[in-house]
Design a protein around this ligand. Structure first.
Ligand SMILES: *[C@@H]1O[C@H](CO)[C@@H](O)[C@H](O)[C@H]1NC(C)=O
Ligand SMILES: *[C@@H]1O[C@H](CO)[C@@H](O)[C@H](O)[C@H]1NC(C)=O
Length: 252
């Protein structure tokens, strides 16, 4: 072998062994496993999810999962029809911070029916990002674009994961159909900078109006929050379920 060919072969060997190390990651290295025969399966999965929270800030690089605290949604749009609040809005680089402190309350794992329900609570989560909005909130027209932030407190969330059996190479996987996340809040503080082309009087009035009528505003923003969180968590769950067969995730 010529020196350059042997160097090439050596490189190929290193790359092969490195990628081997990456693909060899085991489910048990990432989270606490629960036996499917465990009479306390729900409690075990609850503890397993609680244990995962410490990885939220850095994400799970082994599964190409980015940080979940903050989570970043590159762009999300909302087109609310006609009602007391009718708005068209887009949020860009929407950051959602605070999920590391989530408390898991209840987990129901129904493996035979490929369904998992999870209920959680959170003292608060905070979002920031660029908004673009146009429409009407109650009696007031609203228009503007710029930075925005909001803080949601006394938060309750429910996730429903549904799927079906998938067989790959003689192994059974949880083929995810959907994951829906529904977020309710006890209070919302929402602030938008630079409303009405930067007109301070109108902008201040609107921000005050939105904080006095936060429930109406939140009910309009809720689909955005739900969709943003669902999209990100769905992606994480799918990466876990696609990577590990059920035999590994829930050993017999
Ligand atoms: C959101 O509000 C809660 C409760 O008032 C507060 O403790 C928390 O620090 C706020 N978060 C941010 C990022 O301001
Ligand atoms: C699947 O299992 C069957 C029966 O045990 C075996 O004959 C077959 O070779 C297996 N296929 C794969 C892809 O492992």
């Amino acid at each position: 072998m010529s020196p350059s060919a042997s160097r090439l072969a050596f490189c190929a060997l290193v790359i092969a062994s490195l990628s081997g190390a990456v693909t060899a990651i085991k489910a048990g290295d990432l989270f606490k496993l629960c036996k499917r025969s465990d009479p306390e399966l729900n409690e075990c999965v609850k503890q397993s999810i609680m244990g995962l929270r410490s990885t939220f800030k850095k994400g799970i690089p082994e599964l190409r999962v980015n940080s979940l605290d903050p989570m970043v949604v590159s762009e999300i749009s909302l087109n609310q029809g006609n009602g007391p609040v009718s708005i068209t809005s887009t949020f860009k680089e929407l950051h959602i911070q605070g999920f590391s402190d989530v408390k898991v309350h209840d987990v129901k794992v129904d493996l035979p029916n490929y369904r998992i329900d999870i209920s959680v609570s959170l003292d608060w989560f905070y979002t920031w990002g660029d908004y673009d909005i146009k429409g009407q909130i109650l009696v007031l027209p609203i228009t503007g674009s710029g930075p925005s932030w909001s803080n949601y407190t006394m938060v309750k969330g429910r996730a429903a994961i549904t799927g079906h059996e998938v067989t790959k190479k003689n192994k059974t996987y949880f083929g995810m159909d959907d994951m829906k996340f529904d977020v309710d809040v006890g209070h919302a503080t929402i602030h938008m900078d630079n409303l009405f082309n930067g007109n301070k009087v109108l902008g201040d009035t609107m921000n005050q109006f939105m904080s006095d009528n936060w429930q109406a505003v939140y009910s309009e923003l809720k689909p955005v929050i739900n969709e943003a969180v669902s999209t990100l968590l769905r992606d994480v769950a799918k990466k876990v379920f696609d990577k590990f067969p059920l035999e590994d995730l829930f050993p017999k």
